[in-house]
Design a protein around this ligand. Structure first.
Ligand code: HEC
Length: 124
């Protein structure tokens, strides 16, 4: 037990020291700057475009009238889906009977727009 504690106490500072030394050994990597190296950034979702998309791709099920998919403006939904990643995960994976929406069916920006729209919905 004591050996275990000591080895952890020694290993952690040792590893953090090693990570400090590492650039001296492998050389400092300069990140190139310039337009060609800037990763494409998703613009923030546009709720107006999101609404149009939602109406054409999701509303058929996710409406009180259709009553197939759950409503997405409930307090419960807002809590469970507080994180955008969770919505992305469900939409990409699909959920019986909801189809999995692939990149071809709904690209990243469109998904961001839909999420922005869902976030803009007032509580019932
Ligand atoms: C074919 C009908 C259908 C379509 C189209 C559909 N959904 Fe769904 N969706 C469902 C059903 C049914 C569920 C509930 C599945 C379950 O019981 O877990 C669901 C669940 C969800 C959930 C999880 C909700 C929760 O409370 O757990 C999200 C988020 C969601 N859908 C988003 C979308 C979005 C965004 C679209 C459009 C891109 C979409 N859905 C299109 C039927 C559909």
């Amino acid at each position: 037990m004591r050996f275990y504690v000591i080895s952890v106490l020694v290993l952690i500072p040792l590893l953090s020291l090693l990570s400090l030394i590492q650039p001296f050994v492998t050389g400092f990597v300069e990140k190139p700057i310039g337009p060609e190296f800037i990763e494409p950034q998703l613009g923030p979702g546009d709720p107006a475009r999101g609404e149009a998309l939602y109406r054409s791709k999701c509303y058929g099920c996710h409406t009180p009238a259709a009553n197939i998919g759950p409503a997405q403006n409930t307090a419960d939904f807002k809590v469970r889906y507080a994180d955008d990643e969770t919505i992305v995960f469900v939409v990409r994976a699909g959920r019986q009977p909801m189809p999995a929406f692939s990149e071809q069916m709904l690209d990243e920006q469109q998904l961001a727009d839909i999420i922005a729209y869902l976030r803009s919905l007032p509580a019932p």
